[in-house]
Design a protein around this ligand. Sequence first.
Ligand SMILES: N[C@@H](CCC(=O)N[C@@H](CS)C(=O)NCC(=O)O)C(=O)O
Length: 239
Amino acid sequence: MMVPDAEHGRRHYHVPPESLRDDASDSRLRRRCMLVIWGRSNSVNVQKVLWCCEELAIDYERRDAGGKFGVVGMPEYRNLNPNALVPTIDDDGFILWESNAIVRYLAAKHGAGGLWPADPKVRAVADQWMDWMNTTFWPALRPLFIGLVRTAPELRDPRMLEDSRRATATALGIVEAHLASRAFLAGTALTAGDIALGCGIWRWMALPIERPALPAVQRWFDALGRRPAYRRIVMQPLS
Ligand SMILES: N[C@@H](CCC(=O)N[C@@H](CS)C(=O)NCC(=O)O)C(=O)O
């Protein structure tokens, strides 16, 4: 049975995991929206997709999967995403996984000229920062995030936490220099590049750690924080 998700308002629905796919013969399981997103809402990669949808006012249903919800190990889910990871989308039968690819797809489909810039060079810069989030920033920050948020204090490795903190601060020096002369990562407006790195920067800002002063990064983060969709989807207690 579908039940409205009170946290996120009328356009969002939780569906029990057993109903992975729609069953047209059962009206209770019938999909209300063309776009279904599988993934727990506290995942950095799922948040990219959710925030993108909110910015573009795309109707979607989110279905809990991953972490404590399981689902990703079910054969039905693995048929959709053989990586057994979240997020995965089903856009009216079109299945796609990898969060950045999903954001690119949705931004191109619904946000051409905006989140997905028309100018190939501006778009490439947005794309560059999406890749940088996945290949540089998140690998640097992830050990610190997992260590402080998802690891019992007695099991934490202080050396590893400090290495991760330093590596992330060093990586952010690159962002600081880049943002010194522009409001957003690809220039004057929010793009898919900001969506990807913006989900990561919230974790850095919300962790109880020492952070170097990075005025341009702070200004950019403050600008993200003025967006209702960012506050609603990303600026949530870390878990
Ligand atoms: N490169 C993938 C990584 C996906 C990924 O690692 N997802 C994590 C959550 S952030 C996951 O599914 N973890 C296992 C789980 O939640 O059960 C992407 O960007 O979508």
